[in-house]
Design a protein around this ligand. Structure first.
Ligand SMILES: NC(=O)c1ccc[n+]([C@@H]2O[C@H](COP(=O)([O-])OP(=O)(O)OC[C@H]3O[C@@H](n4cnc5c(N)ncnc54)[C@H](O)[C@@H]3O)[C@@H](O)[C@H]2O)c1
Length: 252
């Protein structure tokens, strides 16, 4: 499978190039980034339309500003795309869904196989434990992270909400009010310290029993490997459509 990586000079782009070396069936044939360089082990173009020849899948870890040209190229040439960039507006997310009507597109705010399994396991737990257990999420990240809570903690909370009998309120701060915890809420808590790559705990606390589902990320390599697995999946499915990492981990 021949792939093109958008944002190939960035932290994630480089991680994907490195991880692809461990896949016998994947070749990086070109990259896209702001600065062109045709002298390296694969050509880097500043414009996706400059790519010559055929390839199978685009993997994008760049910037929302690149989305428009990515989608028009993918739709016109019928090349499946794995979109891993985050921070899209609602309109841009709609554009992704629109393009997926003509070409296979996989989009996920978290490409880790483990996190996506954690989402599915948390949904099962929420469905079974229902209203008898309180759900709280604790996320921990390094001290350079500027947003809180993490997008992944929000993704977990949103997915769990869909399994609860009533839509819960997300509570980020308990310091403002003095009252017991309401039944229909999910507490989301952020820790920022040191160099923690990313930890997420989902706590289901019932009457004298607690279940905690945890994911511990050790490096950004996990997102790169997930993106490559997603690319393998899209190359196989062939049919246009909007795919997520749930399709890749194939639970149920
Ligand atoms: N879905 C996930 O699991 C996941 C995981 C990690 C990062 N991300 C997201 O992936 C994106 C990249 O992350 P990163 O840490 O590698 O960032 P980065 O800043 O290190 O790299 C981004 C790269 O994209 C390039 N770029 C920016 N605008 C471009 C444009 N218009 N056209 C072409 N190239 C352009 C930059 O020059 C840079 O080389 C971010 O949106 C980040 O939030 C997603």
């Amino acid at each position: 499978m021949d792939i093109v990586i958008c944002g190939c000079r960035g932290r994630m782009g480089q991680a994907v190039v490195k991880a692809a070396n461990d896949f016998d069936d994947i070749n990086v044939v070109a990259g896209i980034d702001i600065k062109e360089d045709l002298s390296g082990e694969y050509p880097i173009y500043s414009d996706i339309n400059k790519i010559h020849g055929n390839f199978d899948v685009i993997i994008d870890f760049s910037n929302p500003a690149f989305l428009k040209s990515l989608l028009s190229y993918a739709a016109e040439k019928k090349i499946p795309a794995v979109i891993c960039t985050t921070g899209f507006s609602d309109e841009q997310t709609e554009e992704i869904k629109k393009a997926s009507k003509t070409v296979p597109i996989l989009y996920s705010r978290n490409m880790s196989l483990g996190i996506n399994l954690l989402v599915e396991l948390s949904k099962i737990a929420a469905k079974i434990l229902g209203e008898d257990f309180d759900v709280e999420i604790i996320e921990r990240h390094h001290n350079k992270k500027i947003d809180a809570p993490s997008g992944t903690a929000l993704m977990l909370a949103e997915e769990i909400s869909g399994e609860m009998p009533e839509k819960p309120e997300f509570i980020y701060d308990r310091s403002k009010e003095r009252k017991p915890r309401a039944k229909n809420e999910i507490g989301i808590h952020s820790v920022r310290a040191g160099t923690i790559a990313g930890d997420h705990d989902v706590i289901f606390a019932g009457n004298k029993e607690i279940i905690t589902l945890s994911h511990h990320a050790e490096s950004r390599e996990i997102f790169a490997v997930g993106a490559l697995r997603a690319a393998q999946h899209l190359a196989k499915v062939k049919d246009a459509g909007f795919y997520t990492m749930k399709d890749v981990i194939k639970i149920f």
